[in-house]
Design a protein around this ligand. Structure first.
Ligand code: HEC
Ligand code: HEC
Length: 284
């Protein structure tokens, strides 16, 4: 009798713990702020301690990435003492903004060994890491290299994807041909263009030209992310900025949609279906 009576209690306890787990997992999914940040609340010394604890295994304590895993991961962890950043909202050849580095650390670089840290570290810890990264290279201390307002070519809230139409996709295919994206990325976007085999990064390492059919974008796969990538270029790699060769917004978005439509698992239907969630003014 006792045994049978315990069943509903066990059930109730199990349900309660499930609900609790769900609530806890919701509260631990952190929102990272990228704008209106108080950088004074972050702390370089705390950033250094964190870096040594969680990043140094890949990037080395001094950021130079001379670590045991350097020969294991492809692409290898980056030498952060060079101060050359791929993922920025600033024009080609300039330093990133603090919020650009914050974004890379928080969101990670999908498809590479670089993890997303936003679930493990809080806003202040992420910001402290950014301040520490700035100390690894003299470039951030050079006033001439400090990005000016007009170096910020992709501004938060100023980028608005138009609705996706068939006409835009067709136009995108033409732009892709006209700008010769295929030289590197290949006719079908598989990363197998004629220039891909010999492509090198500025540090002399082999460059891995992106394969659009994978749909796994390091810089993020939302249209605003892809837009940012080809507007700014990826410094240190052969991927140039196309901001000047694409003067109209229509051609830019046409290219974004065309490139996204090349992905095998996230084809056109995926983008038609999820389009309403694309506008996210908080993140450029
Ligand atoms: C498991 C290995 C690993 C760990 C741990 C790791 N990274 Fe990385 N990180 C990478 C790899 C690999 C890349 C280069 C990816 C590429 O070249 O596409 C990278 C790239 C970067 C970049 C370059 C971004 C750019 O715009 O060019 C930054 C900044 C960075 N990591 C910061 C950090 C910080 C801060 C931590 C600790 C919180 C960290 N990483 C921990 C593997 C790691
Ligand atoms: C000279 C060679 C070259 C040309 C031309 C080129 N790319 Fe790239 N592209 C690259 C390389 C190399 C990478 C990968 C860089 C890395 O992550 O190390 C890349 C990466 C990208 C990415 C980023 C994917 C991610 O991981 O987030 C996008 C988007 C992109 N290219 C779009 C374009 C478009 C659109 C064009 C034409 C307007 C173009 N590229 C022309 C070499 C090129």
């Amino acid at each position: 009798m006792m045994k049978r009576a315990s069943t509903p209690y066990a059930f109730a306890a199990a349900t309660a713990s499930l609900v609790l787990a769900a609530v806890m997992s919701c509260s631990s999914s952190r929102q990272v702020k990228y704008t209106s940040l108080d950088w004074g609340s972050a702390n370089v010394a705390a950033g250094r301690r964190l870096f040594v604890a969680v990043c140094a295994g890949c990037h080395g304590g001094d950021g130079s990435a001379k670590t045991a895993v350097a020969g294991v991961y492809v692409p290898a962890p980056r030498d952060l003492s060079k101060g050359i950043y791929r993922f920025r909202t600033t024009s080609s050849g300039t330093l990133p903004l603090r919020r650009d580095i914050l974004r890379t650390i928080a969101e990670g670089l999908p498809g590479t060994a670089m993890p997303a840290w936003k679930q493990q570290l809080d806003q202040r810890q992420l910001m402290s890491l950014v301040l520490y990264l700035e100390t690894l290279t003299p470039r951030f201390r050079d006033p001439d290299l400090k990005p000016e307002a007009d170096d910020v070519i992709v501004k938060p809230g100023a980028v608005h994807p138009p609705p996706l139409t068939r006409a835009l996709l067709v136009r995108g295919r033409d732009v892709y041909r006209k700008l010769k994206c295929a030289d590197c990325h290949g006719e079908r976007g598989r990363g197998d263009g004629p220039a891909a085999k010999t492509a090198k990064n500025t540090d002399g390492t082999k460059s891995h030209v992106f394969d659009f059919t994978t749909g796994i974008y390091k810089g993020g796969h939302r249209p605003v992310d892809v837009y940012r990538t080809f507007m700014t270029g990826l410094d240190g790699t052969p991927m140039p900025s196309f901001a000047d060769s694409l003067p109209t917004e229509t051609d830019r978005w046409a290219l974004v949609y065309y490139v996204l439509s090349l992905s095998r698992d996230r084809g056109l239907w995926f983008y038609l279906r999820y389009r309403p969630t694309w506008n996210d003014p908080a993140r450029p």
